[in-house]
Structures are given as structure tokens and as C-alpha cells.
Design a binder for this molecule. Structure first.
Ligand code: PLP
Ligand code: TYF
Length: 394
């Protein structure tokens, strides 16, 4: 049987994690995989999460099945968190799923049931996992212009021109906030224009929301999602609780669908649940129960929001420090974009030789496209990093 197989390509980001672990230099810096790190360089269990887990452990009465859509309280709380009052809930359904990735997976399967072989348009560039999930689901993938290497901002006029050419039956995958890998994001005014374009063309918005709260705050980061939902007749959202609750390995996320009316929502949801049942039957509960416990309890929720703000502010400070250090050393504003970007990442726009040089010479690890995880910058080494980056491009 298996002799028919050839070796499949690995995940480059996860491979880089292994390379970093094997590097014995004490001065090495990990700006690779997208996990938040605190000032000690560790990815902590949040205090609100720890407290929720303690409550769950002492209160839990059973571990019997919860059903295909998973934890109902989690679903309701996530809808409040993400949607606000942007859309009539009668048109909305939510199913808990294993991470943002599992949510993307079941929603792409759903698209393929509705429109087999439909084209999903992703930003150029986008998260490395979008393509494989879409292709594995039977969809076709195309790109729309997004990152401008000259300004390190968004090529918005070109993006919008492309979106305007799409039609009903096309799907547009948008990063709700904190674009991965670039760190370049749409302004509120640009979101308004994207929402208007989608309404005009009838293309289906599909929002990947993996970093809610990592950019400028929960409401600010939800602006685009809520704007699109307020105007689009139909939409899909893949929510992840991996980053903002620090629950990576618990695999918690949610697939959200918005249909034209309650009747279509019910029918579409029956297909979504059917996909889930035929895949993994039901999602794991622990992470979802943690999020439910936190969001439903005023005190825990306030603690979580304050922890999340702390993480966000730390990343913004690191951005400002790196931009300032490079400005000081180079007498140029070439890297000021790092301070304007939001979320965990910035695409530096370095040639691959510079990325290789930084790894070999300085033990600075970033993905080959020159994406850095700003949370990985050690606060006391910002100057070293600025020196190394400038030396690598000299
Ligand atoms: N989407 C994007 C853009 C991401 O960066 C991630 C990161 O991990 C995910 C989705 C899904 O994450 P997870 O499946 O770990 O929740
Ligand atoms: O982009 C990142 O680094 C994160 C983490 O298959 C990640 O989104 C990377 C690769 C992967 C799953 C998660």
C-alpha cells in the first residue's frame, strides 16, 4: 500500500522551530513561529486561563458528549465577542471547531458543497496554511494584490480593483486583523470600501480572525469583520482562540456562518454539522470551556482583557523600539513601517540571502520570506537586532 507514496513537503514554519531548538548559541533569537512570548521569552498560561481551569476541574460533573457543534455557552459568548450587534443573530450559526485551522477546514468544505470547485481569492501573500486547506477541500485558489514591498503597506487601489472584478460564486478570504505574514492592515475607511465592493459584486466574504485583540484592541480589531457583516448578505468567519487566550495546543476555535435569512441559516448549518460529523464527530471541549468560563464571568473576563492588553501593548512597544533603533543607526526611516504594522508579525522585505545570513551569522531566526514575530524580540537585545538587520542588508 504505502510504497505508492512519496514524501510530502513539511511545514516550513514548524521546521524552523526545530532548527532554532537545535542551535546551541546562547545569543540566538527566535522570531520564527507565531506564538506570543513574554519578556522572559516564554509563552505563558494566562492567569485568567489558569483560574478558569481550576474552576472547571473542581466543578466538572461529567465528560459525556456535548454534540456536533460543541460547547453551546462558548458559541454564544464567541458570537457576542466577535459580532457585537453587527448582524441579526437569526441569520447566524456557530460551531466550535479544533482551532482556527479546523474552522477554516470545515468552512472550506462547506463552500465546496455549495459550489464545488469554487475559487477562493487569498491575499498575496497569505498564511502558508490557507492554500493547502483550500486545495484539500476541492477549491481553486487565486490571489488578490495586497502587500506592497516598496512601502510595506497595503496596495489598496490594486486590491480593490481586483475585488471589484469578482462575482457571486467567488470567495474572498480576508484577514480580520493583524495580517499574517505582513503585519500591514486595512484602515477602517478601507474596510468600508471593501465591504461596499463585496456588496456590489456579491462575492462571499470569508474572514480569518486568528488574532482578535492583538492589534489595537478587541473592538478596533473587530471593526472590519463587523462592517462586512453589517452589509453582506452571506459571510463566513473562522475564529481562533489560540493566540488571544494562549490556548494553542488545546485546539479551540469556531466556524461561524451568516446566511441570507433564518431558513437558509438552518439549512446551511445542517450541512456544516454533517461535514463535522463525517470528519471528527465533535470538537474537544477543554479549551472551549475555558473560554466560556472566562467570557461569562465579569471578574475573569476583566482579568483576561487586561492580560490581553498587556500582550498587545508589549508588542507595540517592541515595534516602536526596533523602528527607533534602526532609525538611529541608519539615519533613515526605511524601517519605520515596523511601528505602523499591527499584530504579531512584520514582513521586513529582506532578500532571502539576508535572512540566511542573519540565521548563520547572528542566530536570528525568521521565516524565509523575512517575517518576524515581534513578540520574540528580547527587550534588552533590540540594539543587537537592529545592528544585525542593517549589517545583513549592507
Ligand atoms: N489563521 C491565521 C492567519 C493564523 O496565523 C493562524 C495561526 O496559527 C490560524 C489561522 C490558526 O491557528 P490555530 O489553528 O492554531 O487556531
Ligand atoms: O504563522 C504562524 O507562525 C502561526 C503558527 O502549520 C502556525 O500561525 C504555523 C504553522 C502552522 C500552524 C500554526
Amino acid at each position: 500500500m504505502f510504497e505508492t507514496l512519496t514524501k510530502a513537503p513539511g511545514d516550513k514554519i514548524l521546521a524552523l522551530m526545530g532548527e532554532y531548538a537545535a542551535d546551541s548559541r546562547s545569543t540566538k533569537i527566535d522570531l520564527g513561529v507565531g506564538v506570543y512570548k513574554d519578556e522572559k521569552g516564554v509563552t505563558p498560561v494566562m492567569s485568567s486561563v489558569r483560574k478558569a481551569e481550576e474552576r472547571i476541574l473542581s466543578n466538572e460533573k461529567t465528560k459525556t458528549y456535548l454534540g456536533i457543534a460543541g460547547n453551546k455557552g462558548f458559541g454564544a459568548a464567541v458570537l457576542d465577542l466577535v459580532l457585537g450587534d453587527s448582524v441579526d443573530r437569526a441569520r447566524v450559526r456557530i460551531a466550535q471547531a479544533p482551532g482556527g485551522t479546523g474552522s477554516l477546514w470545515v468552512l472550506m468544505q462547506l463552500i465546496n458543497r455549495a459550489r464545488p470547485g469554487a475559487t477562493i481569492h487569498v491575499s498575496n501573500p497569505t498564511w502558508a496554511n490557507h492554500n493547502p486547506i483550500a486545495l484539500n477541500s476541492g477549491l481553486k485558489v487565486a490571489t488578490y494584490p495586497y502587500f506592497d514591498p516598496a512601502t510595506r503597506g497595503v496596495r489598496f487601489a490594486e486590491m480593490l480593483a481586483k475585488l471589484d472584478t469578482l462575482g457571486a460564486g467567488d470567495v474572498v478570504l480576508l484577514h480580520g486583523c493583524c495580517h499574517n505574514p505582513t503585519g500591514a492592515n486595512l484602515t477602517n475607511d478601507q474596510w468600508d470600501q471593501v465591504a461596499a465592493s463585496l456588496k456590489r459584486t456579491g462575492a462571499l466574504p470569508f474572514i480569518d480572525l486568528a488574532y482578535l485583540g492583538f492589534g489595537d484592541g478587541i473592538a478596533a480589531d473587530a471593526y472590519g469583520t463587523r462592517k462586512v457583516l453589517a452589509t453582506a448578505p452571506e459571510a463566513l468567519i473562522a475564529f481562533s482562540g489560540s493566540k488571544n487566550f494562549g490556548l494553542y495546543r488545546e485546539r479551540v476555535g469556531a466556524a461561524i456562518l451568516v446566511a441570507r435569512n433564518a431558513e437558509e441559516a438552518e439549512i446551511t448549518n445542517s450541512q456544516l454539522l454533517n461535514i463535522i460529523r463525517g470528519a471528527y464527530s465533535q470538537p474537544p471541549d477543554h479549551g472551549a470551556e475555558i473560554i466560556r468560563t472566562i467570557l461569562e464571568d465579569a471578574e475573569l473576563r476583566a482579568e483576561w482583557e487586561s492580560e490581553l492588553s498587556g500582550m498587545r501593548e508589549r508588542m507595540i512597544t517592541l515595534r516602536q523600539k526596533l523602528a527607533a533603533a534602526i532609525r538611529e543607526r541608519s539615519n533613515s526611516s526605511d524601517f519605520d513601517f515596523v511601528a505602523d504594522h499591527r499584530g504579531m508579525f512584520s514582513l521586513l522585505g529582506l532578500p532571502v540571502e539576508a535572512v540566511d545570513h542573519l540565521k548563520a551569522k547572528n542566530g536570528v531566526y525568521m521565516t524565509s520570506d523575512s517575517r518576524i514575530n515581534v513578540a520574540g524580540i528580547p527587550e534588552d537585545r533590540v540594539g543587537d537586532l537592529a545592528d544585525a538587520v542593517l549589517a545583513a542588508i549592507r
